[in-house]
Design a protein around this ligand. Sequence first.
Ligand SMILES: Cc1ncc(COP(=O)(O)O)c(C=O)c1O
Length: 401
Amino acid sequence: MKSLFDKFLPLEETRAELIASSGADPFHVVVERVISATEAMVNGRKVIMAGTNNYLGLTFDPECVAAACTAIREEGTGTTGSRMANGSYAAHVALENELTRFFNCPAAIVFSTGYIANLGVLSTLTGAEDVILLDADCHASIYDGTRLGSAQVIRFRHNDPADLEKRLKRLDERARSTLVVVEGIYSMLGDRALLREIVDVKRRYGAYLLVDEAHSLGVLGQNGRGLAEEVAVEEEVDFITGTFSKSLGSIGGFCVSRWPELKYVRYAMRPYIFTASSSPSLIASTRKALERLHHGAELREKLWDNATRLYQGLAAMDFTLGPEISPVIAVRLPVSAGVAPALWGELLSQGVYVNLVLPPATPKGGSLLRCSLSAAHSHGQIDAMLDAFALIRDKLQPHHL
Ligand SMILES: Cc1ncc(COP(=O)(O)O)c(C=O)c1O
């Protein structure tokens, strides 16, 4: 008789084979001790963390830490319920008000994670009569949100406004109840949406636009509001979703909108209603981090300086990289089983932790050694990353580059 677990055996076998052939185990990494925003103990040794999304390095910011400690002492470790059932804490509402001021938008909703924000918004805003037109490289939380809802889902080619236009044209009148979904900076290759062109298309067809600024909040724009601010199209973006778990160094998610009617949607969203609200300490550190981010021009400058140093150093070694300099830097490798995990293991043994991304999670196939930079990295750490990559570069065959 078949067991419920049989279907997982092929996956487990593939993992075991990869571990055996590469001599590295990327599937069971334990961070034994966190030392700072950029360093931790892994496998008994000190490593540079070059795979977290701690873009502004705020996880150990003294003011954020102090705010979280005070909140935990005064309000406890958790809310033990949802905002619908148990009510919002004053700090949830205060953070929503701060987000409306920060984004100059009339409406904001705070969620328990960025994943949940996308689930809630995508599954609820659109109904069975509506259409979601999403960039093919969108994050899993966006795809999952569409699965929870009932709208018709159509993908357009990654970052291709002409393909988006072709599909909107085909929809004819239905374009007016279509939600176009893109990301500010795409999480795998670090490339930016062609937002001006996308805004132009959506405006001409009367569609709505949602931008997930998960990786661009705090990273782009004079005030850190993301790609829409950077390319001056904020007034044309209908919804922005994002996360507190990257540049804000906490956990949580949000949606803001230039439409005050977003408030009608709050109590229709199952992922908002049926989960516990964020803990007081998370909300407190997020509020402090939002202030730091808003006035964080210096941190952004440091982050981009670090990103440029790593990107140019890797490009000079002839690695195939994502298309543009970005705090997300993906070293692209061929699919051949074992190559990428072995190189990942080699980097770790050189004291550098990066993300290993294997197919099918990678766009356009192949595997990625994905680095993400932080304003908290020193030039010395970036150079140590480059030294480690130079070592693996020597082990690669020309056809692997
Ligand atoms: C584009 C994008 N959206 C949403 C999320 C989800 O964020 P969270 O970690 O807060 O659930 C992520 C996280 O990786 C992401 O990359």
